[in-house]
Every structure is written in structure tokens, then in C-alpha cells.
Design a protein around this ligand. Structure first.
Ligand SMILES: Cc1cc2nc3c(=O)[nH]c(=O)nc-3n(C[C@H](O)[C@H](O)[C@H](O)COP(=O)(O)OP(=O)(O)OC[C@H]3O[C@@H](n4cnc5c(N)ncnc54)[C@H](O)[C@@H]3O)c2cc1C
Length: 389
């Protein structure tokens, strides 16, 4: 019998397991396949160092700037060198393993190659989870259950807290890690907004590698094929300027969905159960960035679970603290604001975004607003929106 069972050892689950194990509670971290590389751009904000100071010492590509391009290639370049700490670009296989090891070092037990597929119910109460493994069905019993198994979580749906996402509520993305010579500035990430609802990116990695991807969002998904979008993106003139080689070595590639409507505030917890990370929608509706928010949700749920166990009270009322935490409230609020801007930006085939970046090229004031909005989650002013219109 465990104090806490966590399904999914991504950033959210690993952080949550670490926090609870550090408090001396018995934690089972159940993972489908720890050798899976999560499809992801791997851009990690320096805000994550607050939760993982160890990452500063790791040999990841350091980033101190961003180039943002509109669909017609107006460009905004911003460097935070000397102003803020460098962020990092990571290969998710290595990154997730580091976070899992930190959880295990804190005392969590990891059960790899266990696919969770249902709850164990006793007298109407969820008392654990069932998994399929190479040796058959396993059962993990625990007082608190935490669902951290990502975008395609079956447990999140079986919990009754939320429904399956529809195609026009998510993002659909294809990405790859390629290797070879480029004209990239290795300390800058590059974001390319598209004429449809979506964007592409090129993020430099160590060892002559880079992560490249493109995706659509919401109703942009309905008439799109991610493979076509990906190859069309690579053929764009501006992209070929940066990636001029004809044959890059493909190290890995994959397509994957992500939640695109922000946090599902009413679906975060129930009696002895919490949902964290992508499974609960902790992904920015504008940038698709979710690693930081997932870690914050894992940390918060872990702290709330530990407190509930200290108080021997694992009820709905006690777990409510998760949603009421100020950091979680802030994320929910920021994502709501971003969500409300998505349609505005992509109106008329992305023309508002093009106008915004064009205006920002010639006005330092507007440039600052764009940077504050994209990098620091600040809502744009009314004046700013009127100028774009
Ligand atoms: C293509 C793409 C690009 C992205 N780029 C970025 C980026 O550059 N920067 C950024 O910050 N965010 C990015 N994101 C978002 C980011 O990847 C996620 O927000 C983040 O990984 C969420 O962490 P998580 O732990 O909640 O879920 P995940 O990372 O998805 O981890 C879930 C874990 O659960 C396991 N699992 C799944 N099902 C089961 C099961 N049934 N039983 C047991 N285990 C299971 C999985 O194997 C995995 O280890 C991107 C997302 C996509 C799809």
C-alpha cells in the first residue's frame, strides 16, 4: 500500500513524486515507457530553475534570445543576455530521465513498462490503479492518486473530471531532431507564425543538432495534415536560409497533440485524486509551452498531497488547496488571457500578427509590448490592439 500513486513520469509526475517522497511518504511513480522521447520542442524557460536548480549545471544548449517571425517574415529579435538568466534547450529523453532520477533519489519508487488503464474501485472509492505490463496486470493501491500521464490520459477521462478533447480543442504538431550545419545563432530560438492558426520553430541543440517542428491549433486542425505542413515549412525560403543543407540527418521525428485551451480549472481534483500537467491542460494556448507550468502543477499537487497526508484528510475539501494555490491561479489567469488573443492574432490569415510585428519593427514602445506579451505573460493594452486593427 502506497501513500500516493502517480501515473506518468513526465516533468509533472516526476516533480510531484519528488516533493511527496522528500516528505517521507511512500510514492509509486508508474510509467508506460521511460525510453520514450516525448515529442516536444524542448525549450525550457529559466523559470524552471526555481524547481530544479540542478539543471543549471547540466550540459544543455544555453539560450539568451528569441527571433519571432510573422507569416510574411517580419521579424522581432530580442536578447535577454545580461538581463535575465539563460534558458535551455533540451533533448526530452535526457531531460525526463534526469527528472525521474531526481524523484528516485528523493525516495520515490519508479515502475517502468506499466501502462495504467483504469482505477481500482472499492465501495465506490478509487483506491488505486491497474496497469498492463509485460508480466500481466498489476495493481497499485494508494491513498491518493495523481494523474500525470499527459495529453492522451485515459485516467483523466475515467476519473469523470473531464471529457476526451475534441480535434478542434487541441494542437497537432510534427517535430524532429535533425543534425547538420546551419546558419542558426545557437543562442537564439526561432518562432515562425503561420498564415493558418499555428506556428513553426527551430530550436538549436548541442552537437550540431536542432529541433524543428510545426503545428496547427483549434479549427486550424480541421483541414490540415501535419506531415504536409511540416515539409512545406521546411521548403519556405526563410527556413532554407537558416537550414541550407539538402540532407539533414534525422535523429528522430514524431507527431503528437497538445492541449490548446488552457487549464481546465473545474477538472483539477476530486476526493483523493488530482490531475496535473498536460492531462489537465497546463500548456500555454499561444506558445505551446508547457514544461514550466506542468512542473509548477506537479510541485503544487505534491505539496497539497503531503499536507493532506499530514492531516489524515484526503477529501475534496482538503485537495481544493491545489486549485486555490496562488501560482496555479496565476497560470490559469495568464492562459485565459492568451486564449482570448489567439483568434485575434490569426484573423485574416495571420494578418494581425504580421501587422503587429511590422509595427514593432519601427516602434520601440510597440516592440516592448510584444515582448512583454509573448515572454512575460502581460496583457496587451487596448491602444495596442486598436493600432493593430
Ligand atoms: C510537439 C510538441 C512541442 C512542444 N514544445 C514545447 C517546448 O518547446 N517547451 C515547452 O515548455 N513545452 C513544449 N510542449 C509541451 C510539453 O511537452 C508538455 O507540456 C510537457 O511535456 C507536459 O509534461 P507532463 O509531465 O504533464 O506530460 P508528458 O511530458 O506528456 O509526460 C507524461 C508521461 O506519462 C507517461 N504515460 C502516458 N500514458 C501513460 C499510461 N497510460 N500509463 C503510464 N504512463 C503513461 C508518458 O510516457 C510520459 O512519460 C510541446 C508539446 C508538443 C506536443
Amino acid at each position: 500500500m502506497y501513500d500516493v500513486i502517480i501515473s506518468g513520469a513526465g516533468p509533472a509526475g516526476s516533480k510531484c513524486a519528488e516533493v511527496i517522497a522528500k516528505k517521507g511518504y511512500k510514492v509509486a511513480l508508474v510509467e508506460r515507457d521511460a525510453s520514450w522521447r516525448k515529442p516536444c520542442g524542448g525549450a525550457v524557460s529559466s523559470r524552471v530553475f526555481k524547481y530544479y536548480p540542478q539543471l543549471r549545471e547540466k550540459d544543455f544548449q544555453k539560450i539568451h534570445g528569441i527571433n519571432i517571425y510573422s507569416a510574411d517574415f517580419h521579424k522581432l529579435e530580442y536578447s535577454w543576455k545580461g538581463i535575465r538568466e539563460d534558458s535551455i534547450n533540451v533533448d526530452r529523453l535526457e531531460f525526463d530521465r534526469i527528472l525521474q532520477n531526481i524523484a528516485v533519489d528523493a525516495g520515490a519508487e519508479i515502475f517502468d513498462k506499466n501502462l495504467s488503464y483504469d482505477f481500482i474501485i472499492n465501495n465506490g472509492k478509487k483506491v488505486g490503479i491497474k496497469t498492463k505490463s509485460g508480466s500481466g496486470i498489476n495493481e497499485f493501491h494508494g491513498k491518493i492518486i495523481i494523474v500525470a500521464d499527459g495529453m492522451s490520459s485515459k485516467l483523466a477521462i475515467k476519473s469523470g473530471l473531464r471529457k476526451k478533447w475534441k480535434i478542434d480543442e487541441i494542437g497537432l504538431v510534427k517535430c524532429a531532431i535533425l543534425e547538420g550545419e546551419t546558419s542558426l545563432d545557437c543562442n537564439f530560438i526561432n518562432i515562425f507564425f503561420r498564415p493558418y492558426i499555428g506556428y513553426g520553430w527551430i530550436f538549436p541543440l548541442k552537437d550540431n543538432r536542432f529541433n524543428v517542428g510545426v503545428g496547427t491549433w483549434l479549427e486550424g486542425n480541421l483541414n490540415s495534415n501535419t506531415n504536409d505542413l511540416y515539409y512545406n515549412f521546411l521548403r519556405e525560403k526563410e527556413i532554407r536560409r537558416l537550414l541550407h543543407q539538402n540532407n539533414y540527418k534525422e535523429i528522430w521525428s514524431a507527431s503528437y497533440p497538445l492541449p490548446a485551451q488552457g487549464v481546465l480549472g473545474n477538472s483539477l481534483f476530486n476526493d483523493n485524486l488530482m490531475i496535473i500537467g498536460d492531462a489537465a491542460g497546463f500548456v500555454s494556448p499561444i506558445s505551446g509551452e508547457g514544461i514550466h507550468a506542468s512542473i509548477v502543477s506537479g510541485f503544487t499537487a505534491g505539496s497539497v498531497a503531503s499536507l493532506a497526508l499530514d492531516n489524515e484528510n484526503i477529501s475534496f475539501k482538503m485537495l481544493k488547496e491545489y486549485k486555490q494555490n496562488s501560482n496555479i491561479k496565476k497560470i490559469i489567469k495568464n492562459f485565459k488571457m492568451q486564449s482570448s488573443l489567439v483568434n485575434f492574432f490569426f484573423e485574416n490569415n495571420g494578418q494581425n500578427l504580421s501587422k503587429m510585428l511590422e509595427l514593432a519593427e519601427n516602434s520601440s514602445e510597440l516592440r516592448e509590448e510584444v515582448i512583454n506579451m509573448f515572454l512575460f505573460n502581460q496583457a496587451p493594452s487596448r491602444d495596442f490592439l486598436i493600432k493593430i486593427k
